[in-house]
Ligand binder design. Structure first.
Ligand code: NAD
Ligand code: UDP
Length: 349
């Protein structure tokens, strides 16, 4: 019998790609999302992409903090595991509205964990972030590095990681995997699902994509005086489909009885500068990206990339795609959906 997985935030960027991989992998997926930063069109498209397996997907427009609505969903289905993506993620917004972030991310998670416990589902995969490494003293970052949060968003990740560690110490029935994502980019190769940020994008690739389709005039390059190969910031970009597959690997690992609370980096282990990423995107798209060099963005770190050894050995997972494929698929999605899910309807074939 196929396993039932509850996916919170499953209409979002990483969630939608993961739900598709779950369905294709033979799982049944129940998505809970308040659509605060996403569209139900993403859910419809995932269903279509999954073809005959699309019938194994159901969707509830529910806020995680709505305890009674969540309770009803758990009463209807016995879940084998939960993948918890739901949360707010804009660093700058979190600095200006910390209570919004603590309320949404922390209370949402606590209500979820309490409801899971009440229904005897104690298997969780949580979306953490490389942001918990702060400004790392060296690279690549291994999972044992000291943790530091430099803004309220990052603190919500750190607090939730600590809550999960405490929970596992208090009750050996819990199995929790914390996945620290590096920089997810790209889109499903179909060009049918991808990232669709509300308002002006904060992250590099969604911004580059909007410059390429003429929605923004130029990319501001934040800082050109870092001690890196070309002076711009270096990150570990990972194709969102590889990241999605990392969740399937984590779900498999949850059935290991000795897991308790484990943490894994999901990255490629390769560092790419802003200028290298822009050059790769220009090559993949044939579009020129005008650049304006400006000062460093406050709070930015210089170089971050992952040690991938632990995930390779213990999850048996490794990213397959490089920056060429990330840029190709990002452009395919952007050119087919210049206004994201608000673009005119696309036909799958
Ligand atoms: P996203 O905004 O596209 O997806 C998050 C989803 O959660 C959205 O669909 C939103 O509507 C939903 N949501 C938010 N609060 C909710 C609530 N209270 N109840 C129900 N639904 C709620 O973001 P994403 O890029 O797909 O990120 C998914 C997760 O991964 C987040 O937890 C994020 O912090 C984490 N993460 C993302 C990145 C990244 O660069 N994208 C990096 C590291 C970690
Ligand atoms: N960046 C940039 N211009 C932008 C957005 C980002 O130069 O408009 C740079 C940023 O300074 C960093 C890299 O691109 O060096 C990745 O930034 P992003 O916000 O995507 O990820 P994060 O900094 O959170 O890892």
């Amino acid at each position: 019998m196929s396993k039932n997985v509850l996916v919170t935030g499953g209409a979002g960027y990483i969630g939608s790609h993961t739900v598709l991989q779950l369905l294709l992998g033979g799982y049944r997926a129940v998505v809970v999302d308040n659509l605060d930063n996403s569209s139900d069109v993403a859910i419809e498209r995932v269903e279509e992409l999954a073809a005959e397996l699309g019938g194994n997907l159901s969707f509830h427009q529910v806020d995680l903090r709505d305890r009674s609505a969540l309770e009803k969903i758990f009463a209807q289905t016995k879940f084998d595991a939960v993948i918890h993506f739901a949360g707010l993620k804009a660093v700058g917004e979190s600095v200006h509205q910390p209570l919004l972030y603590y309320d949404n991310n922390l209370i949402g998670t606590i209500v979820l964990l309490e409801t899971m416990a009440a229904h005897g589902c104690k298997n969780l995969v949580f979306s953490s972030s490389a942001t918990v490494y702060g400004w790392p003293k060296e690279v690549p970052c291994t999972e044992e590095f000291p943790l530091a949060a430099v803004n309220p968003y990052g603190r919500t990740k750190l607090f939730i990681e600590d809550i999960c560690r405490d929970l596992c110490r208090s009750d050996s029935e819990w199995n929790i995997i914390l996945l620290r994502y590096f920089n997810p980019v790209g889109a499903h190769p179909s060009g049918y699902i991808g990232e669709d940020p509300r308002g002006t994008p904060n992250n590099l690739m969604p911004f580059v994509q909007q410059v390429a389709i003429g929605r923004q005039p130029a990319l501001k390059v934040f800082g050109n005086d870092y001690s890196t190969k070309d002076g711009t910031g270096v990150r570990d970009y990972i194709h969102v489909v590889d990241l999605a597959d990392g969740h399937i690997a984590a779900l498999r690992k949850l059935s290991d009885p000795n897991i308790s609370c484990e943490v894994y980096n999901l990255g490629t282990g390769k560092g790419t500068s802003v200028l290298e990423m822009v050059a790769a995107f220009e090559k993949a798209s044939g579009q020129k990206i005008p650049l304006i060099k400006v000062g460093r963005r406050p709070g930015d770190v210089e170089v971050v990339y992952a040690s991938t050894k632990k995930a390779e050995h213990e999850l048996n997972w490794k990213a397959k795609f490089g920056i060429e494929e990330m840029c190709r698929d990002q452009w395919n999605w952007a050119s087919k959906n210049p206004y994201g899910y608000r673009s005119p309807n696309l036909n799958l074939n």
